[in-house]
Design a protein around this ligand. Structure first.
Ligand code: NAD
Length: 484
């Protein structure tokens, strides 16, 4: 049941299966972005706390530890148990997620459901981590073993907090690693709740540790720690580079990075616009535009450009904005003041650079970080709104003539996370799918299948999450040769 007054039970660091205060005793506030009011004070982790958490995780990963010697089917069972507990508490977790992020409660609930599915899916891989036998010359018998990387640091952003807990913590647990997770400072509540459930599920102490705190302090302490063997990160490209640098300078820890995007959404003139427009609008404005795969460069073929602009504006202007617990709301606020200010700055850039403001462009309401759904037409490739990731409810519509031209322009970016194309012409669809530089391509829909690899080309990331790809990120491969 939706409850704006949901009790916040877990506000401390989670180390060695206990909730504890930070060594410094410091706390920070997490705010409700719809009201700008405090939800709770959260213990603020720092280097000293990360050291304690890493020591706990290291102990839990010792050669003779309970976790290291757990049968893989028992590991799968623990993950399924955790999924069951998240499903049991779906209402509480959805309320916490909605409070912390501002996203509409029904969206939050759907995402908690996705997180349950991810935990179940990775559980099904936990007991299927196989090596291979490899034919060798001479009298050698050779095979490979897959082994957990060790203590891993997982750092996640605020836009899909519970889903990203599942996407990172799930595969790392399935692989048999031990974990220090730092959730985003804006949205720590659901990660802490899942930590409590992991203890209830029966995960041994030290396997999952959660340290809320800020990036340059708690986050940097994880990425530079000599006993952390790998960092799995989701966040901005800018911070991704800092993480790689810290990883290289400390102990050459492995990194996988899921970073930003500026994804193309290409509409050819042979489509039914009434089918395309809801997908374009949902893609850009869902989660208040705070989506890494948001199709924020909308390329429309010349002959249908004016009709598209007219129809998309008519459709988007009916979106219902409001606070997360108001029934029927489609768009909540931006997550915090910084994000809100950044989006409004980009809207000003759009105007300054000569784009035509077709819809929105301002703050919505008088409290909270709401921004109207905003649409610009007459956008050209070099405008800042067409080049940079805005991470807000802003659609930029560009005009193109030919397939060749639009592929070049779609690829004219340092990002390469996602892409979408709408056309009835199968040759055009294949040409785009083959030549676009992006980690995924959606043809005639906004959806992606389950268990597919997810990740970016170019500066959108390193590595692929999803299904067995996600588990593989937390494994080493050992080659063994035995003289026969
Ligand atoms: P961010 O990079 O500012 O922060 C992400 C996380 O990194 C937070 O937990 C933050 O505290 C931490 N961090 C910040 N500085 C750090 C440092 N120096 N060392 C270690 N950790 C540090 O990103 P954000 O604003 O929270 O999220 C938005 C970004 O995330 C967007 O660029 C978006 O595209 C990206 N994102 C990507 C994906 C994907 O799967 N590719 C998914 C969601 C979000």
């Amino acid at each position: 049941m939706a409850n704006p007054n949901q009790e916040v039970k877990y506000t401390k660091l989670f180390i060695n299966n206990e909730f504890v205060n930070s060594v410094s005793g410091k706390t920070f506030e997490t705010l409700n972005p719809s009201t700008e009011k405090k939800i709770a004070d959260i213990a603020e982790g720092d280097k000293a706390d990360v050291d304690l958490a890493v020591a706990a995780a290291k102990k839990a990963f010792e050669r003779k530890s309970e976790w290291r010697n757990l049968d893989s089917t028992a590991r799968a069972a623990l993950l399924n148990k955790l999924a069951d507990l998240i499903a049991r508490d779906i209402d509480i977790i959805s309320n916490l997620e909605a409070l912390d992020t501002g996203k509409p409660i029904d969206h939050a609930k759907m995402q908690v459901g996705w997180a349950v599915n991810v935990f179940r899916s990775v559980a099904s891989y936990a007991d299927k981590i196989f090596g291979r036998t490899v034919p060798s010359d001479g009298a050698l018998f050779s095979y490979t073993r897959k082994e957990p990387v060790g203590v891993v640091g997982l750092i996640t952003p605020w836009n899909y907090p519970i889903l990203l807990v599942a996407m990172k913590v799930g595969p790392a647990l399935a692989a048999g690693c031990t974990i220090i997770h730092k959730p985003a400072e804006q949205t720590p509540l659901t990660a802490l709740y899942v930590a409590a459930l992991s203890k209830e599920a029966g995960f041994p102490a030290g396997v999952l540790n959660v340290i809320p705190g800020y990036g340059p302090t708690a986050g940097a302490a994880i990425t530079s720690h000599a006993d952390v063997r790998k960092v799995g990160f989701t966040g901005s490209t800018e911070v991704g580079k800092l993480i790689m640098e810290a990883a290289a300078k400390s102990n050459l820890k492995k990194v996988s990075l899921e970073l930003g995007g500026k994804s193309p959404f290409v509409v050819f003139d042979d489509v039914n616009l009434d089918e395309v427009i809801p997908v374009a609008v949902e893609g850009v404005f869902t989660n208040a535009g705070q989506i890494c795969i948001a199709p924020s460069r909308t390329f429309v073929q010349e002959s249908i450009y004016d009709e598209f602009v007219k129809k998309v504006v008519a459709y988007a202007k009916n979106r219902k904005l409001g606070s997360q617990f108001t029934s029927g709301v489609q768009q909540g606020p931006q997550v915090d003041k910084d994000t809100f200010d950044k989006v409004l700055t980009y809207i000003e850039y759009g105007k300054q650079d000569g784009a035509k403001l077709e819809l929105g462009g301002k703050r919505w309401g008088t409290e909270g970080y709401f921004i109207e759904p905003t649409i610009f037409s007459n956008v050209t490739d070099n405008m800042r709104i067409a080049r940079d990731e805005i991470f807000g409810p802003v659609m930029s519509i560009l005009k193109f003539k030919t397939l060749e031209e639009v592929i070049d322009r779609a690829n004219n970016t340092e990002y390469g996370l996602s892409s979408t194309v709408f056309t009835k012409n199968i040759e055009q669809a294949f040409a785009f799918a083959n030549q676009v530089e992006a980690g995924n391509v959606k043809v005639n829909s906004g959806g992606m299948g389950n268990n597919l690899p997810f990740g970016g080309y170019k500066q959108s990331g390193i590595g692929r999450e999803g299904g067995d790809y996600g588990v593989e990120l937390y494994l080493e491969t050992k080659a063994v040769s035995i003289k026969m």
